[in-house]
Design a protein. Structure first.
Length: 268
């Protein structure tokens, strides 16, 4: 069984969890931090080399979680143009294109290997999507997508992989291609998610920012941090809340707290 609740209050840690996090204050050396930043693309490429298309499950929940994909239409068969920023190998993209025939999708990823996997997928069609390799922190999206032309930008488990100092560059970049009045749909790791509590000491890069053993990094968002980040780039907040879930494994009597941030920000 599992339960889910939404709201503005962050998850409360147990005393043991709080003590463990309080103890873990030693940061990875500056030399290693710079190396991780420099090799970020290589590390994600190796991740996809190891896992090919098998790591993430297909996300068939997007239309359920984000009714905006239907709600932002003015009439039933209206064609929507979407951008999936950080598409990985297409786990979100392809279920969406299958479910909704009136979507044209731009999709990009940091990893050249991930982009190749998308292009090799049997469902890939250049008539319905344009996929390209792009570092959202420095490659200008206007080289691939006309200004003010996108109805919905999806930013799903992407921003957390980027250094917090560079996140604003991503939001600035996607702002240029989004139509006025249209939205960014955001979902990513929230503060005190189970994944954050599992990091061993020696993995901490900064506040709420950690490195995995494979060199990929993950940031865990607070509602306040995300709100400030988007508003500073000119977006208006529509929805911004924690989704807390507890997954129960009855066999092993394990309770796993999952925390995500699910949000919607609009370009005025």
């Amino acid at each position: 069984g599992a339960f889910q609740k939404r709201g503005h209050s962050a998850r409360i840690l147990s005393p043991e969890e709080a003590e463990r996090l309080a103890k873990d204050q030693v940061l990875v050396s500056e030399f290693k931090q710079l190396k991780l930043e420099k090799e970020a693309q290589k590390n994600w490429d190796l991740f996809y080399k190891r896992n090919s298309t098998n790591f993430f499950k297909d996300r068939h929940w997007t239309t359920r979680e984000f009714e905006e994909l239907k709600a932002c239409r003015e009439f039933a068969d209206q064609k929507l143009t979407i951008l999936e920023a950080g598409c990985g190998v297409g786990n979100c993209l392809f279920p969406l294109l299958e479910e909704d025939l009136n979507i044209f999708a731009y999709a990009c990823d940091f990893s050249p290997r991930a982009v190749e996997y998308v292009k090799k997928n049997a469902l890939y069609s250049t008539e319905r999507c344009k996929v390209f390799q792009c570092d959202l922190t420095k490659d200008d999206l206007l080289e691939y997508i006309p200004a003010d032309s996108v109805d919905v930008v999806m930013l799903i488990f992407v921003l957390s992989a980027i250094h917090p100092d560079k996140m604003h560059l991503v939001l600035k970049n996607i702002y240029k291609v989004l139509k006025p009045g249209k939205c960014v749909l955001f979902r990513d790791y929230g503060l005190y998610d189970h994944a954050m509590l599992r990091f061993k000491s020696g993995s901490k890069l900064g506040e709420n920012f950690y490195v995995r053993q494979d060199g990929t990094r993950s940031y865990f968002f607070t509602e306040e941090f995300l709100s400030q980040l988007f508003k500073a780039e000119g977006y208006e907040q529509v929805v911004n809340e924690y989704v807390q879930r507890e997954t129960v494994n009855r066999k092993e009597d394990l309770r796993v707290p999952r925390v995500f941030l699910q949000s919607k920000f609009q370009k005025p």
